[in-house]
Design a binder for this molecule. Structure first.
Ligand code: PLP
Length: 421
């Protein structure tokens, strides 16, 4: 069954906002998505009914503990982890990566190597560079093929070697939408006994993720990119986490969740997972055979993400076809429709010959269409494409709550802007 965005949109209060008298169109999802009412409600309910610290012998603390435990289980199902304690919450992906990189690198020796890529968001690069400086490690950077903004896998092979201890790679580019062959990259890392650290922040709202099938050691994402609050989540394979030293205070029972967490945000994260589960139940279950032998919530979530993927790909194709007809406009990254299914997230970056990304985003914003411009912290990529000094890219990020009408409205406005109006 095809996902029907109009049925789902009613659940998102912010989708009915207007700007300048026109309904707002949110194509800003890669910077953070809108949230359904049940997420807002869960955050408020936490404060009303369960607001307490962990481990107390009284009702609100017990309620709070139950919510936190269920949220770990829910995100484990969302990512395909084997157990709830493989999920660690934190402030955001960046903070989690700075944090756990310190534990991971404590097991490395000076001269050991970490491989990063120039397609990645800096949040999966800078923490590794910082810890490398602290510990005398070497960072090697995999290049890209600028013609289609894909990773240069031959260069990856050249950068892997006997001293490689970790490969940090993005699942999908938050700037140009490329989906990397992460399963293959994890296998190459494991073949030389290196760990794999996957940044799935960009892919998570668009595509089923299965950490067990990927066999990755780590995978990170952020709930605010998939219809939840500003909370980060890290998956770490149990045996790998268990053998890392932990930077924790002595009495803390969890080795990687430091201090008091954002309980209300985690309650909202649980609600976001339950929202996605409902999408699966309503629109996804005919895809269940693909995800055997999963059952229950884990299966419903995979079906949800597969239904979302199908809907977004349809919108993406419509957008690409429309853009092809607009003169003096260039789409960066993969443009061959035959590759969309396996290699493209529904995020598109473009430049206009005569209008800067900032001016285009401003003009769209005035028309009620919200997009991002700039480098989106994918700084190495923007530099490699030679776009750093000209303001980077204009980014159109589709989400499952977007509609064909919204894509058409964007195309009309872009046509006007490209024509200099
Ligand atoms: C691909 C990617 N990785 C990492 C991040 C950083 O995530 P966070 O804001 O949770 O630190 C972002 C944020 O935009 C992102 O798009």
């Amino acid at each position: 069954m095809n996902l029907d965005p109009t049925a789902l949109r009613a659940e998102f209060p912010s989708l009915s906002l207007t700007s300048g008298g026109r309904p707002v169109v949110y194509f800003d999802g890669p910077g953070g998505t809108q949230v359904p009412d049940r997420v807002i409600q869960a955050v408020a309910d936490y404060y009303r009914e369960a607001n307490a610290n962990e481990g107390g012998a009284f009702a609100t603390s017990e309620r709070s503990d139950a919510i936190l435990a269920e949220a770990h289980a829910a995100v484990a199902d969302f990512l395909g982890a084997r157990a709830p304690d493989e999920i660690k919450f934190g402030a955001n992906m960046t903070s989690l990566t700075f944090h756990v990189s310190r534990s991971i690198a404590a097991t490395f020796s000076p001269g050991d190597e970490i491989v990063v890529t120039s397609l990645d968001h800096e949040a999966n690069v800078s923490p590794w560079r910082a810890i490398a400086t602290d510990r005398g490690l070497v960072v090697r950077t995999v290049g890209i093929r600028p013609e289609d903004c894909t990773l240069d896998l031959a260069d990856l092979d050249a950068k892997l070697g006997p001293r490689t201890r970790l490969v940090a790679v993005g699942y999908a580019s938050n700037a140009v939408g490329t989906i990397n062959p992460v399963g293959e990259i994890v296998a190459r890392a494991h073949a030389i006994d290196a760990l794999a650290y996957v940044d799935a922040v960009h892919l998570a709202p668009h595509h089923p993720i299965d950490v067990a099938a990927l066999d990755t050691d780590f995978l990170v994402c952020s709930a605010y990119k998939w219809f939840g609050p500003h909370v980060g989540a890290l998956y770490g394979r149990r045996d790998v986490l268990d053998r890392l030293p932990a930077y924790k205070v002595r009495p803390a029972h969890d080795r990687f969740e430091t201090g008091t967490q954002n309980h209300e945000g985690i309650a909202g994260t649980l609600a976001a997972v339950e929202y996605l589960r409902s999408v699966g139940r309503r629109f996804g279950m005919e895809r269940a055979a693909r995800f055997a032998p999963r059952t229950g919530r884990a299966l419903e979530l995979k079906c949800a993400m597969a239904a979302i993927r199908d809907h977004e790909l349809g919108l993406f194709r419509r957008l690409m076809e429309g853009l092809a007809a607009i003169p003096r406009l260039r789409v960066w990254g993969i443009t061959d429709p035959a590759r969309f299914e396996t290699e493209r997230a529904p995020t598109l970056a473009l430049t206009l010959d005569a209008v800067s990304p900032r001016d285009a985003a401003r003009a769209l914003g005035e028309a009620g269409i919200f997009t991002w411009d700039g480098d989106f912290y994918a700084q190495a990529l923007i530099e490699r494409l030679g776009l750093f000094d000209s303001g980077g890219l204009l980014r159109i990020g589709l989400a499952h709550y977007n509609t064909a009408d919204e894509v058409d409205r964007l195309l009309t406005e872009l046509e006007r802007i490209a024509a200099g109006h």
